[in-house]
Design a protein around this ligand. Structure first.
Ligand code: HRG
Ligand code: AKG
Ligand code: FE2
Length: 313
């Protein structure tokens, strides 16, 4: 690979983006634009169903926090978010991680309508995750993580193995209504409050033509991650900060839908192993003065703590 100029260019761009912005666009990734659109369109169709239909897959503590949440149920920094969503997670069998995963045990709730929802989404998830057949491989998130490993000057598989070789995944299908459609007494001015993501890497498939995702730059200004059709907007999560000893930092972002149209985005989160204890890896410590800047974090504890405090139901 050392002689592949094209690859080295991409790795350099990735390193710049991860250091400067914590956000970047990925194109030419092998997921067809038509599939990306289809996934957003089926999500939109679901959110346009009557409330009773959507509540058939209501998210509750008993469902392992999987399923549908109404506008305002997700809360960020004490303020209700003006989005509705379906949250899906890697299925967790009872007892799989002992007490650690108890609150999130279970399998995902898929709606009956639109009828091919589960098949389409399960296919999409497998393409973003790790999908290996004798004829065809797709593992987009892992490929990007391999690029990030190279960007840090490490071997390709530096972010796999015991810590992320069995990566946990999260999928959020999100709808942001226009404010006129939200009763005034329930309305706040923000679709999703400022936050960083929890894991390694996020891949956002967002509606074309609506600017709503805002990223905080180094001067503290909010700038749009404008839609670029066919691309994923990618960003770094909390676990990669710890793992890289802060060489790459997650960036605050938020969503404000001031457009006159309902906005859909589908965010895929590629995480470490659920029970991984993530700590600064030696090759990153060496690059940053030899001292670990962060304490060890168990990813599953981080996620469960977020999930238990994110909702007002
Ligand atoms: N899995 C992720 N990243 N979910 C993003 C939701 C961010 C908002 C959430 N209420 C919070 O305060 O974190
Ligand atoms: O809707 C978006 O564009 C981003 C959503 C987001 O940041 C998240 O769910 O973590
Ligand atoms: Fe996010």
């Amino acid at each position: 690979m050392a002689g592949d100029e094209g690859l080295l260019d991409v790795v350099r761009m990735l390193d710049d983006a991860c250091r400067e912005a914590g956000f970047f666009y990925v194109k030419g990734h092998g997921i067809s634009e038509s599939l990306m659109t289809e996934v957003r369109d089926i999500t939109r169709k679901f959110f346009h169903l009557p409330r009773e239909e959507k509540l058939k897959i209501k998210m509750t503590p008993q469902s392992g926090y999987r399923g549908y949440q109404r506008v305002g149920e997700n809360v960020t920094k004490g303020k209700p978010d003006m989005h509705e969503a379906i949250d899906c997670y890697t299925p967790i069998e009872p007892g799989r991680y002992g007490d650690l995963a108890k609150p999130m045990e279970g399998s995902n709730l898929w709606p009956d309508y639109p009828s091919n929802f589960d098949a389409l989404l399960e296919n999409y998830i497998s393409l973003l995750r790790v999908f290996v057949t004798p004829f065809f491989n797709s593992d987009l998130s892992r490929k990007i993580m391999r690029g990030i490993a190279l960007a840090l000057g490490a071997p390709l598989d530096a972010f796999e193995g015991g810590v992320a070789g069995d990566a946990f995944w999260v999928l959020r299908l999100i709808g942001y209504p226009i404010s006129d459609d939200i009763p005034q007494e329930e309305r706040t001015d923000i679709g999703c409050g400022a936050h960083t993501d929890y894991g390694l890497l996020t891949l956002v498939n967002q509606d074309d033509d609506i600017c709503a995702l805002e990223v905080r730059n180094q001067s503290g200004e909010w700038i749009y991650a404008k839609p670029v059709p066919g691309t994923f907007v990618c960003n770094i999560g909390d676990m990669l900060k710890v793992w890289s000893n802060g060489i790459y930092q997650p960036t605050l972002h938020r969503v404000v839908n001031n457009s006159p149209r309902y906005r859909v985005s589908v965010a895929f989160f590629y995480e470490s192993n659920f029970d991984a204890a993530v700590e600064p890896v030696e090759f990153c410590r060496e690059k940053t003065g030899g001292v670990a800047k962060y304490e060890k974090v168990v990813y599953g504890e981080h996620l469960v703590q977020k999930v238990l405090t994110n909702f007002v139901m």
